[in-house]
Design a protein around this ligand. Structure first.
Ligand SMILES: [Zn+2]
Length: 537
């Protein structure tokens, strides 16, 4: 561990003292405790914590033990554990293929180099279908936008460019770009599958890195009612350097489409000349994983059946296939041992300070986030503790890589939780920032979204920075070099004191929300308000 912020922690403590706040907090010592959890969870012997692995189960045991130490009551079905049944789907790439057929000429698509073949429970062993380019492939009724009206998609594979029209707001676009919503619209339009084209401008990872992880098994929830891609017979993503092959002989080429997209122009829609032939071979196996659930009961008889959830995902990517040389373990130190460590520390801090809250708190460590937010989706649909869920405060890879001066908050302007975090940060002299890159869709890309879709307001966080600052470079370099890479391990510079300061802010936020006279509410103009149901859990 490299702790860079000894001086900064001292300065922060001094600032708090100067502000007249009582500072029992010693961020440096608290940071060491936080880091010790990260060290255990991101250690090589936990094998990257893939759902179903013994490494994940060891991690779950550790969290349950820490929850118990922190005085949390078991909130699972089996003690602290809520079993989650998953189905693992593994592509047999050597027995799979894609070909493009145009006027009698067949072109083999090289899997891995040219394209990545996806699998899901509906994948069809053989496909022979026409291809239709559908622009961004989005249907957004609120914005009067529909890419799927013509040409007809019945029986076809829809080819779309990731991204969206620049005039449509981040949240609308994010929601309708999610796998489930996108497929729902495609299926309604008659498509049998889809191909994603990537815009190099928006890629968070190089094609080489995307392709390197293509054989990692997929997972879905075993309950078909909770699966999002029913009826999707074919799915693939194409290397932008090779995407032109799909457009050979067509009325527009791929470069023109990218240029239009990058200038914010409307994209054309047209049938592609080639047909697609594909074989998809895969195997399905049951996997049993679990969420870890701890409760801290509220003390107000009128409010203790209302739950504020603090969540973080415990799983990560496991190990790379044996074909890869060198370090194969995806330790996931920041993603997301860091968030689990904070979950544990916040629970411990509440016990240490003997805090009592009116509402009850649920501490939730979920499985299979990396497989598509599956553990949280399962919990949000089948909570192991009955009650009314009023908020989800989620911690996923919040990136404590430098001192905490700016806190980026996803969902900031959507609900009253945004007002709460503003007030807490103001008192702590941390500046709140809205999502700096709304097109990355971060608000819908972690576990808070499972709760949001059930009508529960949520928040997620990142350490913020000013544009052009050294911290921006540190953060961007982290994404390009360590995100979902084996180097997100214990040998990276982390500011543990700053993580402790973050924990302190989240502890204060949690207490504030749990004690407020009214539960959090969506803002009247929030897009996400639509998910509120009469029958809240
Ligand atoms: Zn991740």
């Amino acid at each position: 561990v490299i702790t860079k912020a000894r001086g900064v922690a001292a300065a922060a403590a001094f600032t708090l003292l100067a502000a007249g706040l009582s500072v029992a907090e010693n961020y440096e010592a608290a940071g060491r405790k936080w880091w010790a959890h990260v060290q255990f969870l991101a250690g090589d012997n936990l094998q990257g914590r893939a759902p179903g692995s013994s490494g994940f189960d060891l991690a779950a045991d550790y969290v349950a033990g820490q929850f118990q130490r922190a005085g949390l009551r078991p909130g699972g079905i089996e003690n602290y554990f809520q079993p989650v049944k998953l189905t693992q789907i593994t592509l047999d790439e050597s027995n799979s293929s894609i070909q493009l057929v145009q006027s009698g000429k067949t072109t083999d698509v090289k899997l891995g180099d040219d394209a990545i073949l996806g699998v899901n429970p509906s994948s069809s062993p053989t496909i022979d279908a026409p291809l239709v380019f559908v622009g961004y492939g989005l249907s957004i009724p609120e914005a009067n936008w529909n890419d799927l009206t013509s040409p007809a998609l019945k029986g076809a594979i829809a080819v779309y460019l990731r991204g969206g029209p620049s005039h449509i707001s981040g949240n609308l676009r994010s929601h309708y770009s999610s796998t489930g919503e996108r497929w729902k619209a495609m299926k309604a339009a008659g498509a049998i599958g889809m191909i994603a084209l990537l815009n190099p401008k928006d890629m968070e990872m190089s094609w080489q890195r995307i392709s390197a992880s293509r054989l990692t098994p997929r997972m879905v929830l075993a309950d078909p009612a909770l699966q999002e891609t029913t009826g999707e017979e074919f799915t693939a993503a194409w290397n932008p350097d090779r995407s032109q092959t799909l457009f050979d002989g067509a009325q527009h080429n791929f470069a023109e489409i990218l240029a239009d997209a990058n200038q914010g122009k409307a994209l054309p829609h047209f049938a592609l000349p080639a047909r697609l032939n594909a074989k998809t071979s895969f195997k399905e196996e049951p996997v049993l994983s679990k969420n870890v659930v701890g409760i801290r009961w509220g003390t107000d008889p009128k409010l203790s059946h209302e739950f504020v959830v603090l969540s973080a995902h415990l799983d990560h990517l496991g190990e790379a296939p044996v074909t890869k040389a060198g370090d194969r373990i995806y330790n996931g130190a920041m993603d997301n041992a860091s968030g689990i460590a904070s979950l544990i520390e916040i629970a411990g801090e509440l016990r240490h300070k003997k805090v009592q809250t009116k509402r009850s708190l649920i501490f939730l460590a979920v499985t299979a986030e990396e497989k598509g937010e599956l553990g949280s989706k399962y919990y949000a649909n089948h909570p192991s503790v009955e009650g009314r869920y009023v908020a989800d405060i989620n911690m996923d890879m919040y990136l404590p890589l430098f001192p905490l001066k700016y806190l980026e908050v996803q969902g900031l302007n959507e609900s009253t939780l945004g007002d709460d975090i503003r007030a807490v940060c103001q008192a702590a002299r941390v500046e709140v920032q809205p999502d700096q890159e709304p097109n990355k869709n971060l608000f819908i890309r972690s576990d808070q979204y499972s709760f949001v879709k059930e009508g529960v307001p949520g928040l997620a966080f990142k350490f913020g920075y000013l544009p052009g600052s050294p911290q921006e470079k540190v953060s961007k370099d982290w994404f390009s070099q360590r995100y979902h890479n084996v180097t997100d391990d214990l040998n990276q510079p982390v500011d543990a004191s700053a993580a402790a300061r973050f924990d302190d802010i989240l502890t204060t936020l949690t207490i504030k929300v749990a004690n407020a006279p009214e539960p959090p509410a969506w803002k009247p103009d929030s897009f996400f308000r639509r998910f509120v149901r009469a029958s809240a859990h």
